[in-house]
Design a protein around this ligand. Structure first.
Ligand code: ADP
Ligand code: MG
Length: 238
């Protein structure tokens, strides 16, 4: 899809009253703003797995695409590190059976390349009723969930704002490689924050059609930052 037709897809999904964009559409929309996402394919039941994964690099990640699921891993519906098409097909059957027993239907499946291991960050934003678009950054796992260690700024932000947001996180020493980790580039996280919250970024451009964006995680390793999950919550209509 072209960049313009992706915006149309967002408007269309919104006008149909859907709650969220599906993950592949969300990722395509992020990619249209220059944010790196893993190479992926979407498959329907009955398609030939081997030909679909042929031009993806293993190991693969398999995920369910279902409008009934918000957190896929809560349902065991994400499998990483798969070696080949037959392993993917096996996992798909296991996930389908387990979801089926809970009354959940897989709409489609997402198969993608694995991002290199790195620091899992959280980026995104909200459209605040009072302040308008606000961009958000944090470090994944307990830092966001338990400690609420996140930074927000009103959009549009510039590079100085983006770097300040990262410095003000209580766990910011992790960027420098604390606790035996490899250091990661804050500049490349700032690049992503600008593509989300800067002038002409995702939030400024799509604010009329969305309420919230969650990229959890953005996996950062050295100088690369890859958005491996994307959830666009659409604007709630009165
Ligand atoms: P959930 O809906 O549960 O948030 P995610 O798509 O975020 O599902 O996947 C769960 C976890 O699996 C991520 O936090 C990440 O650790 C890992 N993961 C998912 N996709 C990839 C990928 N393409 N490369 C590497 N790790 C991944
Ligand atoms: Mg996620």
């Amino acid at each position: 899809m072209s960049d313009a037709s992706l915006r149309v897809a967002l408007k269309f999904a919104n006008s149909k009253g859907l709650e969220a964009l599906d993950e592949p559409t969300g990722k395509a929309l992020l990619a249209s703003f220059g944010i790196r996402v893993p190479a992926f394919r979407v498959i329907q039941d009955g398609e030939d797995m081997a030909s679909i994964v042929r031009d993806l690099r293993s190991p693969y990640v398999l995920k369910v695409v279902s409008s009934q699921i918000v957190h896929k891993s809560d349902f065991g519906a994400v499998k990483v590190g798969l070696k080949d098409a037959s392993q993917i097909a096996e996992c798909m059957e296991a996930i389908r059976a387990s979801l089926g027993s809970k009354g959940i239907r897989a709409d489609r499946w997402l198969i993608e390349e694995m991002a290199p291991a790195g620091l899992e960050c959280v980026v995104g934003g909200v459209i605040d009723p009072e302040f308008g678009p606000m961009v958000m950054a944090g470090i994944g796992g307990i830092f966001v969930e338990v400690m609420g260690d996140v930074a927000f700024r009103i959009c549009p932000i510039d590079r100085v704002d983006a770097l300040e947001m990262l410095t003000e996180l209580r766990a910011s020493s992790l960027f420098r490689g604390a606790r035996g980790r490899d250091p990661v580039s804050v500049e490349c996280i700032a690049d992503v924050l600008l593509k989300i919250g800067g002038d002409g970024g995702v939030l400024m451009t799509c604010m009329d059609d969305m309420d919230e964006l969650d990229v959890n995680p953005l996996i950062v390793a050295g100088n690369s930052a890859i958005a491996v999950d994307a959830r666009f919550i659409l604007r709630k209509r009165a």
